[in-house]
Design a protein around this ligand. Structure first.
Ligand SMILES: Cc1cc2nc3c(=O)[nH]c(=O)nc-3n(C[C@H](O)[C@H](O)[C@H](O)COP(=O)(O)O)c2cc1C
Length: 206
């Protein structure tokens, strides 16, 4: 049993058994998983991941995020939706291609669909509401990493498809910002390559 520093939250055994990770280490070493397998984040880990997501910067306290948890047998249902979207938009798709789409949903034990549910009627611009959902997704991935799991962030045409959104219980106007795949990284974890940033930074002169 651990007390999670910072939030004074009691952590159930199994959730936080990995060595504690400094926030700066999570930020600097995060990279997408290549392959994900069981175990998926359990309910205690999920609670922390959602708590981290809900601390995303949120202009106007609109909480404009929606999350759909897809795990176990429900992944096949998501796979069917992905294949059906492909068949509808590309009727010439072969069975092999459709099968590949179905299998995408099985590449990790847990998928969380993160969507922005934006209110165009409030004074906070829709882009800011959408960015908040993106920040929530990132927080969720970093929390998973800190808890010993890893993730990959995917979208694709299905993320922009009204039929897919409705089948997931979202509204057609909601913006899916990511299908986040979670699990335990299989195989050796290659170190994250440094990404050059200096050429993207300039300082405003006085
Ligand atoms: C909004 C968003 C959507 C993305 N969609 C995809 C995708 O559909 N397929 C994909 O291969 N990578 C996608 N990526 C990029 C990967 O998640 C990943 O960040 C990228 O491959 C760089 O690898 P790294 O995370 O290890 O640095 C997306 C990233 C973002 C932020």
């Amino acid at each position: 049993m651990l007390i999670c520093p910072g939030i004074n939250m009691l952590i159930l055994p199994g959730v936080c058994d990995n060595p504690l990770m400094q926030a700066i280490d999570a930020l600097l070493t995060r990279r997408s998983a290549r392959a994900l397998t069981e175990p998926a984040p359990d309910s205690g880990a999920l609670e922390l991941m959602f708590s981290a997501a809900a601390r995303a910067p949120d202009h106007g306290r609109l909480r404009p995020w929606r999350f759909v948890v897809v795990r176990g047998a429900a992944r096949a249902r998501l796979g069917a939706l992905l294949a059906e979207q492909l068949r509808r938009t590309h009727p010439q798709s072969t069975e092999e291609v459709l099968q590949r789409a179905r299998l995408k949903a099985l590449r990790a034990p847990l998928i969380i669909v993160v969507a922005a549910h934006c209110d165009p009627a409030v004074k906070i611009p829709v882009i800011e509401q959408t960015l908040s959902a993106g920040a929530a997704a990132h927080a969720m991935m970093l929390a998973a990493l800190a808890l010993g799991f890893n993730a990959m962030w995917k979208t694709g045409a299905a993320a922009y498809d009204a039929t897919v959104k409705q089948a997931l219980g979202l509204e057609a106007a909601d913006a899916i910002v990511g299908f986040l795949y979670f699990g335990t990284e299989s195989g050796e974890r290659a170190p994250a390559a440094r990404t050059e940033w200096r050429d993207r930074v300039r300082e405003l002169s006085a």
